[in-house]
Write a protein that binds this ligand. Structure first.
Ligand code: SAJ
Length: 413
């Protein structure tokens, strides 16, 4: 086997599944994370994040000794960096986690190593990573100076997996491999071919960075178009779901679904990296972000208007997660809407979230009551569908008929 020891730096939603899948191919994997609790959990064969079937794979590779987690980097042939790249105020990218990862692995780098940046990154980040590594290890040569003959190979290979389907998509998706030189790309392809069934397509690092940002921005712009249509349709008294279904019958039209806003840690973040690089040029991309970010406020206004029609309204909000059939409430427009509602004193608020055992404390303190779908449908005057969880889609829709329904996901009508 070409690779015997791989290190994955950052054991979160991308790093841990990647480490587990690489380890499942018989390669020794050292997972590195700054969080000692996460390291301890993984070394017990357990997981600290939610992703279907990941617990089974992690348990297996920890039991065989192929995956081991640590807080201190150690020597390996490959370092795959999968750390967060959030934005700071004013939507500028925060590369501090990449810089810390570079400084952490630099002391253990050896001639012949490959360093791969998997984190979604603004254009130029891979070059910065190589610069930080080179500054920390002047005794080694890097591709920005030495090209193909560099001691250390550096490449960007953005992760593209969909939460909820990570284990399948890690293997089946095509990979974009952007090496800082031809030799860097070729070595990275060799690594990915050990666990990827999709095609590994070679480009340069800057294009690979932009490809990932483009994918998520494309989705954001398309959803913004759908969200704009939903607001226009409300005004014109047209059913937006029927409208989009009809338009999508055209062979070259494929509009995504409107919703209560765009959540998660990727689509609502990555387009800002393009805007930050080219503020004067990225006009549609910026507007899409603003349009999607304004949708939760629009939904709250709709709920307020509905509540005005009742003396003591009982409002049931169906779903808190950022999308269907997951338990992830972070950066969720549904949660944002319920939080905004609690500040308005409109009446009793119920929250139904079948994927979590307890709703967040701040909602409980603000008087929100967690109920079942059955209770919500029995007691509420206003039903607000915020997430299209399978339990809600399967519900008997005749039970909604006597209610005032605000359906942001189009599952009722
Ligand atoms: N949403 C809509 N309407 C739609 C589709 C989605 O309102 O038609 C909303 C969802 O409800 C959610 C948000 O958009 O709030 C984002 O959900 P998502 O399923 O579109 O995407 P993520 O954030 O879970 O994962 C995306 C994926 N990117 C693309 O599909 C282009 C995934 O492949 C990436 O790997 C991931 O971002 C990432 O890590 O960057």
């Amino acid at each position: 086997m070409a690779f015997k020891k791989v290190s994955v730096v950052g054991l979160g939603y991308i790093g841990l599944p990647t480490a587990a899948v690489v380890a499942s191919r018989g390669i020794e994997v050292i997972g590195v994370d700054v969080n000692p609790q996460a390291v301890e959990t993984i070394n017990q064969g357990k997981i600290h994040i939610v992703e279907p079937d990941l617990d089974i794979v992690v348990r297996g590779v920890v039991a065989t000794g192929n995956l081991r987690a640590t807080t201190t980097p150690e020597a390996a042939e490959v370092f795959m960096i999968a750390v967060p790249t959030p934005f700071k105020e004013e939507f500028t990218p925060d590369l501090s986690y990449i810089e810390s990862a570079a400084n952490a692995i630099a002391p253990v780098l050896e001639k012949g190593n490959l360093v791969i940046l998997e984190s979604t990154s603004p254009v130029g980040a891979t070059e910065k990573l190589a610069g930080w590594l080179s500054a920390a290890r002047p005794d080694l040569s890097f591709p920005q100076d030495a090209g193909d003959s560099a001691d250390i190979k550096v490449a960007h290979c953005p992760e593209r997996v969909l939460p909820g389907y990570v284990l399948q998509e890690l293997v089946s998706n095509d990979r974009v491999i952007g090496g800082m030189s031809k030799a860097c790309s070729e070595k990275a392809v060799e690594l990915y071919q050990t666990f990827v069934r999709g095609e590994c397509v070679i480009t340069n690092a800057r294009t690979a960075e932009m490809a990932k940002l483009t994918e998520n921005s494309f989705r954001d712009v398309n959803i913004a178009f759908a969200n704009e249509l939903s607001v226009i349709s409300d005004k014109l008294k047209i059913n937006v779901w029927e409208l989009i279904k009809l338009a999508n019958r055209h062979p070259r039209v494929n509009i995504l679904n409107p919703g209560p806003g765009v959540g998660g840690h990727c689509i609502a973040v990555d387009p800002w990296f393009i805007v930050d690089s080219c503020p004067d040029e990225a006009k549609i991309i910026r507007q899409a972000r603003l349009t999607n970010d304004s949708k939760p406020h629009y939904v709250v206004d709709q709920i307020e208007k509905a509540a005005d029609q009742f003396k003591k309204p009982v409002i049931a909000c169906l779903g808190l997660a950022f999308k269907a059939d997951i338990d992830d409430l972070r950066e969720s427009p549904a949660l944002q809407i319920v939080e905004e509602l609690t500040k308005k004193n409109l009446g009793q608020i119920f929250a139904v979230e079948p994927n979590v055992s307890a709703i967040p404390e701040n909602l409980v303190h603000a008087g929100v009551e967690q109920t079942t779908l059955e209770v919500a449908l029995e007691k509420a005057n206003i039903i607000v569908v915020l997430v299209d969880h399978k339990q809600f889609k399967a519900a008997d829709k005749t039970l909604f008929m006597t209610k005032f329904v605000i359906d942001t996901r189009g599952i009722v009508n």
